[in-house]
Structures are given as C-alpha cells and as structure tokens.
Design a protein around this ligand. Structure first.
Ligand SMILES: CC(C)(COP(=O)(O)OP(=O)(O)OC[C@H]1O[C@@H](n2cnc3c(N)ncnc32)[C@H](O)[C@@H]1OP(=O)(O)O)[C@@H](O)C(=O)NCCC(=O)NCCS
Length: 193
C-alpha cells in the first residue's frame, strides 16, 4: 500500500454521500482508484469479483450521490472474533476530507455488531497517512511482516485495535463519531448498516 498526500479539492457532506455494499458494476471505478493508489501491484478486477463472493468478506462502496460516482471503498473479513481490513482507498481528489475516516468508522461499527473483538490490518511502513488514520482509531503497531509487499520488498506494519467491545474503545469510537458527524454535517445514509 502506497503513501498518499495529494492535496484535496472536493469536499463532501453527509447529504451528498451514501455507503452501500459493493456491486459488480462498481469494479471499473475501483480499478481507476486502485491504479493510482497502489501502483502496479494493485488488486485485479478478478480479485474484487472473487472477494465480493467471499463468504467472510464484506465490501462497501462510498458513493458521491450527486453524480452517482464511487469515491471510496473498503473491505474486511470476519473470521471468528477477529476482523481483518483487506483494503481501503479514497479517490485522490476527495482525500483529506474525512472520507477515509468515514469508511473506517463504518467498518468498526459493523464489526461491533458482529461481536468482533479485534480488528487488524497490514500497512506499508512508509504509508504514514494511512497509519495516522489507524492510530486515530486506536490501532497500535504490533510488529513487522518483513518484505511483505512483493513489488519493492517493503515491510508491512501489523496494526491491531484493542478489544473493540471494551468500554474505553467504545467511548473512543463514540467521541470520534460525534466529531465526524459534526465535520460532515451528519452521517451518510448507510453508515453502520
Ligand atoms: C489512507 C486514505 C484511505 C485516507 O483517506 P482520507 O480520506 O484522505 O483520510 P481522512 O481525511 O479521513 O483523514 C483521517 C485521518 O488520517 C490521517 N491522514 C489522512 N491523510 C493524511 C496525510 N496526508 N498526512 C498525514 N495524516 C493523514 C490523519 O490522522 C487524519 O485525521 P485528521 O483529519 O484529524 O488529521 C487515503 O489516503 C488513500 O486512499 N490512500 C491510498 C490508499 C491507501 O494507502 N490505503 C491504505 C492502505 S493500508
């Protein structure tokens, strides 16, 4: 996963957004974002079609409803009491306006409804913007997977939440959700559902 620090141009509010399950017809829009976000070794169309049929997978699209265009997406697996975030990305011109946060918040809300206790992921050691997003949501660095990324042999940082059903973590999510609600003038249709 690559680092992203592009300046953002397009700011959206909750009323112009919707989160819904990913559909096969979203894949071409996703491929555009994949290639600019993850370089040559991004997921293929086939990976997304397969993942949409994965029994343990949950994949969501973030839609700019004014133009009916996908501007972000996120996927995760639910396995026993753990969830693993497999992918998350926001279209470059929409970054820096809390949409990545919206997707992560949505994921954590969904996981809490599935009696998940821990949420984990891997992120490139150089991807500070994504790491900051995860730190904001209480993920901690648990170690390194050496040479995890095949394109440049970069190490992955393994990041994990504390127990998301703990009172402390629920309070953190509540506080962040309130701030997000204020920043986006509400929460979009489909958030947490
Ligand atoms: C990572 C990504 C999804 C973040 O989406 P985003 O919409 O730009 O992020 P947000 O605006 O919601 O930012 C949320 C937090 O992330 C961190 N963050 C986001 N962009 C950052 C940047 N350029 N520099 C430093 N921190 C950043 C901040 O902590 C921010 O909180 P703040 O607004 O209180 O400062 C987006 O940059 C992206 O699509 N990157 C390419 C794909 C990728 O790397 N995915 C992650 C793979 S593990």
């Amino acid at each position: 996963m690559l680092s992203s620090s592009e300046p953002s141009q397009i700011k959206l509010q909750a009323a112009n957004l919707e989160i819904r399950r990913l559909r096969a017809q979203d894949v071409p829009d996703i491929m555009e974002i994949e290639s600019v976000s993850f370089g040559r070794h991004h997921w293929s169309e086939e990976s997304f079609y397969n993942e949409m049929n994965n029994q343990v997978g949950r994949y969501y699209a973030l839609i700019h409803t004014d133009i009916n265009k996908l501007v972000g997406y996120l996927g995760f697996w639910l396995i026993a009491d753990e969830s693993h975030i497999t992918t998350v990305a926001v279209k470059p011109e929409y970054r820096g306006n809390a949409l990545g946060e919206l997707l992560i918040g949505h994921c954590l809300d969904r996981c809490a409804q599935h009696t998940i206790h821990w949420v984990t992921l891997e992120v490139r050691v150089s991807n500070y913007s994504a790491q900051n997003l995860y730190y904001k949501y209480g993920f901690a660095s648990m170690g390194i997977r050496p040479k995890y990324y095949q394109d440049n042999q970069e190490d992955a940082l393994i990041m994990t939440t504390p127990n998301i059903s703990s009172a402390e973590y629920r309070q953190l999510c509540k506080d962040l959700k309130q701030k997000l609600d204020k920043r986006l003038n509400g929460l979009p249709k489909g958030y947490g559902t």
